[in-house]
Ligand binder design. Structure first.
Ligand SMILES: Cc1cc2nc3c(=O)[nH]c(=O)nc-3n(C[C@H](O)[C@H](O)[C@H](O)COP(=O)(O)OP(=O)(O)OC[C@H]3O[C@@H](n4cnc5c(N)ncnc54)[C@H](O)[C@@H]3O)c2cc1C
Length: 291
């Protein structure tokens, strides 16, 4: 299907120009375009009908990964750049795990972290990763103000975030991680190159005895979108990283979230995936935290 008529197309080179362009139209008429991997489908199917497009691909200040002060990933940083970045601390390694397996090569070459979290599609990988890693989204408005929103307040429901339509996502950031912290992500889908049936992300930090001090577990692939599973995080505290305690914690995760049946998988299959993938990624997060 062809898109409905689009009246104007802007290709700004700075954030200020992008914000000026988005506010030129009445609220809701204009949309930012990042990698286009979700938005173009939505425009073609007429799920959304913007009359104006503000294409962010030439805004250089939205690109790049920087560790000068913690970790900062520009909103327009593409999956391929995250997948090829070899200097993530163990604490944030889940970002690379996820980016390496998003879609196919074409999707990874165009799609961006900012587009993924702003679209917040029901089974997307990155929303669950920013939740488990407790990322901060920085949003700028045309009036010059910038506000920081924690992932748990930003990710609301499928296709719904705390971003206002006239706000641009600048970056996702994290502080310098505490020592002995590790994370991991894995998805499973019927088609390798497509959205997951279930994805699991775990972040843990260890105390001096090698026991789990803090833990955060997030699940992708639920009907309600990416969710933090508080029960799983709490159950991992004190674990020495043995398979029995991790397995018990992942049973708690499966019990605490609502799984659904659809044409990809039924609810009990999703529960099994949560347990199996959960054990695998938690063992990897422990191994990374010990390094
Ligand atoms: C074949 C295929 C397979 C896929 N497989 C996976 C998968 O395995 N895992 C997965 O997680 N995802 C998958 N996806 C979805 C993919 O990750 C999308 O690319 C991503 O959700 C959107 O990123 P984008 O940069 O293309 O954003 P766009 O599609 O350009 O934009 C998405 C939305 O975000 C808004 N937006 C973008 N950037 C900003 C910004 N800086 N500030 C404010 N608003 C902004 C846009 O206005 C739009 O509403 C797949 C997609 C396809 C087509």
């Amino acid at each position: 299907m062809y898109p409905a008529h689009i009246e104007s197309y802007y290709r700004p080179t700075t954030v200020a120009e992008a914000l000026a362009a988005i506010t030129r139209q009445p609220e809701g008429d204009s949309m930012f375009l990042a990698g286009g991997q979700s938005l173009m489908q939505a425009i073609k199917s007429r799920m959304v009908r913007p009359t104006s497009i503000v294409d962010l691909q030439s805004v250089a200040e939205l690109r790049g990964i920087d560790q000068a002060n913690g970790l900062r990933i520009g909103a327009m940083t593409r999956y391929v750049e995250i997948a090829e970045y070899e200097q993530f601390p163990a604490a944030y390694a889940a970002l690379r795990d996820a980016a390496e397996r998003v879609g196919d090569r074409q999707v990874r070459n165009r799609g961006t972290i900012g587009g993924s979290v702003c679209w917040n599609y029901v089974a997307s990988c990155l929303p669950s990763v920013v939740l488990a890693l407790n990322g901060t989204m920085s949003l700028a408005s045309a009036d010059g103000s910038i506000r920081d929103v924690k992932a748990k307040d930003f990710i609301i429901a499928p296709l719904e975030t705390a971003r206002r339509e006239d706000e641009i996502l600048l970056c996702v950031s994290w502080p310098k991680p505490p020592p002995k912290t590790g994370s991991a992500y894995k998805k499973w889908g019927l088609v390798t190159d497509a959205l997951p049936v279930v994805g699991m992300c775990v972040s843990i930090s260890l105390d001096d005895l090698g026991k789990c001090r803090t833990a955060q577990v997030a699940v992708a692939g639920l009907a309600d979108g990416a969710q933090i599973a508080d029960a799983g995080g709490a159950a991992l505290i004190g674990s020495a990283g043995d398979e029995a305690s991790i397995s018990a914690a992942m049973n708690d995760v499966a019990d605490s979230v609502e799984t659904h049946s659809d044409h990809w998988a039924d609810a009990s299959y999703r529960e099994q995936l949560i347990k199996r993938l959960g054990v695998e990624v938690t063992l990897r997060a422990f191994a990374r935290a010990r390094r």
